[in-house]
Structure formats: structure tokens, C-alpha cells
Design a protein around this ligand. Structure first.
Ligand code: GLY
Length: 372
């Protein structure tokens, strides 16, 4: 019997397990495959709330809060584990190649600037001073100097090591087959490797969260959205800044890779890379950095993002049950939102206060007829 059982060993489950362990709780994490083996390791590792959330509002606030938490989170993890997670405040350019593309971007810039966010409007020439490898075709765009990226695979390694160091029990290769229930209380789960019991169970199983919550008769709309991604070597391409175009992004990492993404495919739970997906990714990014045409191809891969019907995460108790919560539905932003999710969920699990989780409470979908 443990205080908390985390179902899912991705960036969200491990992040929360780390935070709860740090606060002195006993924690078990169960993962069906490898640690972070799904969307968490497939991600490009961008820390880019201003790019991802155009409108000022709860998602942008949540994302900015998480970005603020990152330096301390990284410092703690690096101090505990000695693992360099390669955090980099590279800045990010969102680029318009035509006057027409610049119009909605300028609207977004004005909204974010008026709300006090650190964004700058730049001409093509100004952007090329920030990033000399940007195409001469760039007309205008937004520069956000506070955004950047992290090596998500190293971050996962650090979280696993930190959880172990703090005494958490980590069980991988174990598939959860059902929830263990006594009356209206969830008391843990049954797995292919035996029962696991906890005072409180948190479902943090990414694209699979909807299936598990369904077992409790709560139909919460979480669906997988496949992202196909490729990487090339940065050798001879000294790119510094993350670049977003209208249908893709280019992320220069500190480990010698440039990560290029990403499709958004409705392909159920299929995780394979398709030739048309790969070609869409490459066509989407090459116009922005001509040097990419001669880059050495390394790898292509895909992951399943957990999408909700309103594109907001699910944070808080499963309605109608005691002893069970969800931390999921982070869609394109699990890496970015891991520290803030760990903090707000750990606060809730310690205090029982749901109100700070508004508007992300799963109960917003009670009685919903939205399809998965
Ligand atoms: N965060 C970028 C993506 O999901 O493709």
C-alpha cells in the first residue's frame, strides 16, 4: 500500500511522482512499456507557450507558469541526478513568408503584447539578424526571446533517476487491466504482474487515459493525435533559434540534432511513420531554412498526443469516485506543462482543494455528448 499510485510513466506521471516524492509521500508508478516510451520521448521538447497558445487566457497562463517553473525544476533535477537535461532558452521565431501570412501573426502579436508578454514584432531583416540561417523570403514575424527547448529524453532519464533516488517504486512492463474498486472508492489497479494498492490513484496514461476513465463509467473525450517527426544532423547547419512556419517547426537541439515536426494525424493508435507524413513534415519546414535541403537525415518517428475535446488538459478528480484523479490530455504540450501539472496536482492531492484546478477539472465533461 502506497500513498499515491501513478498509472503511466510518461512526463506527466513521472513529473507528478517526483513532486509527490519530494514532498515526502510514498509513490508507485506503473508503466505498460518503457519509461516515457510514448509521446514523451517522441516530442520535440519545445518550451513555447507563446507559440502554442495564441489567445491570452487559461492555457497561456498555465503554459507561462510552467515556463517560469522550469529553471528551478531543471536545477533540482540536475542537482539530484547529475544528468544534464540540456535546457536552452534559444528564443523562438514565428515566421510569415508572405504579407498575407503576416496579417494573423500581427494580430496575435498585438494581443500578446497588450497582455504584457515578452514578444517583439520583426521585419525579415531583423529576424535574420537573430537567426542568420532563416530564408531571405521571410517577410515578418514574432520573436519571443524567453522560449526555448529541453532534451525531453534526458529529462525523462532525470525524472526516473530522481524518483528512484527519493524512494519511489517504479514498475515498468506491467499493463493495467482494470481498476480495483471497493464501493465508490478506487483502491488501486490490477495489472498483468499483480495487484497494486494505493490510497489515491492518478491516471496519467496519455492517449490511453480515456480508456481507463471509461472503465469507471466516465466518458471523458481523450483521443490520440499522431505527430510524425524527423531529425537531421546539425553538422554544418549552426541554427540557433526555434523556427515556426505555418505548417511546421525546426528545433535545433544541444545534442547535435535538428528536430523537424510535426503532423497532426487522426490515425487511432497507429504509431508508424508514413511516407506522406514524412514528406509533409519536410515540405513544411525546408522553405524556412534553405540549408536544410542538404542536411544529413537521421531518423523519423511518431508519437500519440493525448487530445481532449476542448484542447485543455484534465486535472483533478474523476467525478463520482473517491481515491482517483486524472492528470492528462496535455495534447501538444506535455513536456512544457509537466512542472506546473506536478505542482497543481500535488497541491490538490495534499489539500483536497479542487478550486485552484479550475477550469481544468474533468467534471466539465460530465453529461457531455462529445464523441471521443
Ligand atoms: N509540441 C509540438 C508538437 O506536439 O508537435
Amino acid at each position: 500500500m502506497t500513498d499515491f499510485l501513478l498509472v503511466g510513466g510518461g512526463i506527466i506521471g513521472l513529473g507528478l511522482a517526483y513532486e509527490l516524492s519530494r514532498r515526502g509521500m510514498t509513490v508507485t508508478v506503473v508503466e505498460q512499456g518503457e519509461w516515457g516510451g510514448q509521446a514523451s520521448s517522441a516530442a520535440a521538447g519545445m518550451l513555447a507557450p507563446l507559440k502554442e497558445f495564441s489567445q491570452p487566457g487559461p492555457m497561456l497562463e498555465l503554459g507561462m507558469k510552467s515556463l517560469e517553473l522550469y529553471p528551478d525544476w531543471v536545477e533540482q533535477l540536475e542537482a539530484i541526478t547529475g544528468i544534464d537535461v540540456q535546457a536552452c532558452k534559444s528564443g523562438l521565431l514565428t515566421v510569415a513568408l508572405t504579407e498575407e501570412e503576416a496579417i494573423p501573426l500581427q494580430e496575435k502579436y498585438k494581443r500578446q503584447k497588450a497582455s504584457g508578454y515578452a514578444v517583439q514584432w520583426m521585419t525579415g531583416q531583423e529576424m535574420r539578424r537573430v537567426e542568420p540561417l532563416l530564408t531571405e523570403e521571410a517577410k515578418a514575424g514574432i520573436y519571443s526571446p524567453e522560449e526555448g527547448h529541453i532534451n525531453n529524453r534526458m529529462l525523462l532519464n532525470a525524472l526516473v533517476a530522481a524518483c528512484r533516488r527519493l524512494g519511489a517504486t517504479l514498475v515498468s512492463g506491467s499493463v493495467v487491466t482494470k481498476m480495483a474498486i471497493e464501493g465508490s472508492q478506487v483502491v488501486g489497479v490490477e495489472t498483468t504482474t499483480g495487484p497494486l494498492r494505493a490510497a489515491h490513484t492518478v491516471i496519467a496514461s496519455g492517449a490511453w487515459a480515456g480508456i481507463m476513465v471509461d472503465w469507471l463509467g466516465f466518458s471523458v473525450p481523450v483521443r490520440p493525435v499522431r505527430g510524425q517527426v524527423a531529425s537531421v544532423s546539425s553538422s554544418g547547419i549552426p541554427l540557433r533559434t526555434v523556427i515556426f512556419g505555418t505548417s511546421g517547426y525546426i528545433t535545433p537541439k544541444l545534442d547535435g540534432k535538428i528536430v523537424l515536426g510535426a503532423t497532426e494525424d487522426d490515425a487511432g493508435f497507429q504509431r508508424h511513420v508514413t511516407l506522406s507524413g514524412l514528406s509533409r513534415v519536410l515540405d513544411g519546414v525546408m522553405p524556412y531554412v534553405p540549408a536544410l535541403h542538404s542536411a544529413a537525415f537521421q531518423q523519423a518517428w511518431a508519437g500519440l498526443r493525448p487530445a481532449t475535446a476542448d484542447s485543455m488538459p484534465l486535472l483533478g478528480p474523476v467525478p463520482g469516485w473517491q481515491g482517483v484523479s486524472i492528470a492528462g490530455g496535455h495534447f501538444r504540450n506535455g513536456i512544457l506543462l509537466s512542472p506546473v501539472t506536478a505542482k497543481v496536482m500535488a497541491d490538490y492531492l495534499e489539500s483536497g482543494r479542487e478550486e485552484p484546478l479550475q477550469p481544468f477539472l474533468p467534471s466539465r465533461f460530465l453529461g457531455s455528448t462529445m464523441s471521443k
